[in-house]
Design a protein. Structure first.
Ligand code: ZN
Length: 358
């Protein structure tokens, strides 16, 4: 069964390893050592993702979590505060997603100790999840044969099974107007900032409908107080659980920029990249039933949920792996108040342990 002390020890030890996105090498080495000790023959692909195997009869289940944490993720310390583990207050804790990593490692060890037959597993610990799923987007999928999987990377009470997550377009726009002296000859200039403002004011943004959102997140441009600004660059995004709606939203944003540029005599360069596709799993899909049954065996109440954020499961589904994201109970992630109850860490490990039961 799950050894809570060992689980907390693994988690707090991992937390104290620096793991900003793109700098996961020390974290990867630590989990490779733990996986090797358990005889799981870990390997790293060219991107740095860690892949390992728990062999057994039958089709494997993919178990995944990510190795990076959002900033500030350097100098993290785990403080056990009664029933809860929090950061020392000056960094994130990194329960997102080291809680997932630790729960998987503990469940595997407990499964090996139980010694009965168990389900085969393929383990993926990805890098650079927090910066647009770059790790798993570059994952060497030829190393995997699983057709079903889970990620442990979702907020909410343990037992939550996320079956829907949006597709995501990243949008980068450069507007080029014409510089001129703002006091002497403003009529000779074309203000890129005015063009951007005109476009944004006519564009659908924010909550578009129940499954679609859009945002312009950053804007930078202009050269000086007294120069009509020649150039401005904007970065934004659009998301929808429905890819056709996402296509329409991104097209509407493009159209608003192009129309504004035309009205003012400016040039616009609009780039949209589909960073990942949607996750859309039927409520009665086999992977959902597998997770519901495992949750009940683990003494947890399963429930279905949806999210407005993407995760590695979006990419697994794009590669034909029917995958859901599971709640692990971490709280206030992406902040220095991030924390997790030891009981939730234990429940997450118990859920994975139950998933490996046959
Ligand atoms: Zn995460």
């Amino acid at each position: 069964m799950i050894n809570v002390d060992r689980l907390v020890q693994t988690f707090t030890a991992l937390v104290e390893i620096d793991n900003p996105s793109g700098q996961e090498q020390a974290m990867a080495q630590a989990v490779i050592r733990l996986l090797s000790e358990r005889g799981l023959a870990p390997q790293q692909d060219a991107k740095g993702n860690v892949i390992a195997r728990l062999p057994a009869e039958g089709p494997p289940l993919l178990l995944s979590a990510h190795l990076d944490s959002v900033a500030p993720a350097v100098g993290k310390r785990a403080v056990v505060d009664g029933e809860v583990i929090r950061s020392a207050g000056d960094t994130v804790l990194g329960a997102d997603d080291l809680a997932g990593v630790s729960a998987i490692l503990e469940a595997i060890q407990a499964t090996q100790e139980r010694g009965n037959s168990h389900r085969a597993a393929e383990i993926v610990f990805s890098v650079e999840e927090e910066v647009g799923l770059r790790g798993v987007r570059a994952l060497d999928f030829s190393l995997l044969s699983a057709r079903q999987g889970v990620a442990l990377d979702l907020n909410g009470e343990v037992g939550g099974i996320c079956i829907s997550a949006p597709a995501h377009d990243q949008i980068t726009v450069t507007i080029r107007g014409k510089a001129a002296h703002a006091g002497v000859a403003p009529e000779k200039g074309v203000s890129a900032i005015v063009v951007a403002a005109d476009a944004i004011s006519r564009m659908p943004l924010g909550r578009i409908d129940a499954e679609t959102t859009a945002n312009i997140g950053t804007i930078e441009g202009g050269a000086a107080r007294n120069i009509v600004p020649e150039q401005v660059k904007l970065v934004g995004e659009a998301r929808s659980r429905d890819e056709a709606k996402l296509d329409r939203q991104t097209a509407a944003m493009r159209q608003a920029f192009e129309a504004a540029a035309e009205r003012h005599g400016a040039q616009v360069d609009f780039q949209a990249e589909r960073v990942y596709g949607p996750q859309k799993i039927a409520p009665d899909a086999p992977i959902v039933q597998v997770c519901q049954a495992a949750a009940r065996r683990a003494g947890l109440e399963p429930y279905l949920t949806e999210t407005g954020g993407g995760s590695d499961v979006n990419v697994f589904n794009m590669h034909g792996i029917e995958a859901v994201n599971l709640s692990i109970g971490y709280q206030e992630i992406h902040s220095t108040n991030e924390h997790i109850a030891i009981a939730d860490l234990e429940k997450a490990a118990r859920l994975i342990f139950a998933l490996l039961e046959v």
